[in-house]
Design a protein around this ligand. Structure first.
Ligand SMILES: [Zn+2]
Length: 61
């Protein structure tokens, strides 16, 4: 019976898709959160937008 080698998997919080361990992440897999650069960027943009809204709400002038 053939068994696939086990690769750790995570769910990308941006696109909600599972992604598998890659060789380039062998040194920092614990720190990897996004499946791709695109998702990392999208997340950063989303957080920026959220902060802009927060700043607006906190302003009282
Ligand atoms: Zn993703």
């Amino acid at each position: 019976m053939h068994k696939k080698p086990f690769l750790p998997e995570k769910i990308c919080p941006v696109c909600q898709r599972p992604f598998q361990w890659r060789r380039k992440w062998r040194l920092n897999w614990e720190a990897v959160r996004y499946c791709s650069h695109a998702c990392q960027k999208r997340r950063a943009i989303a957080m920026d937008a959220h902060q802009a809204v927060m700043n607006k709400e906190n302003r009282h002038d």
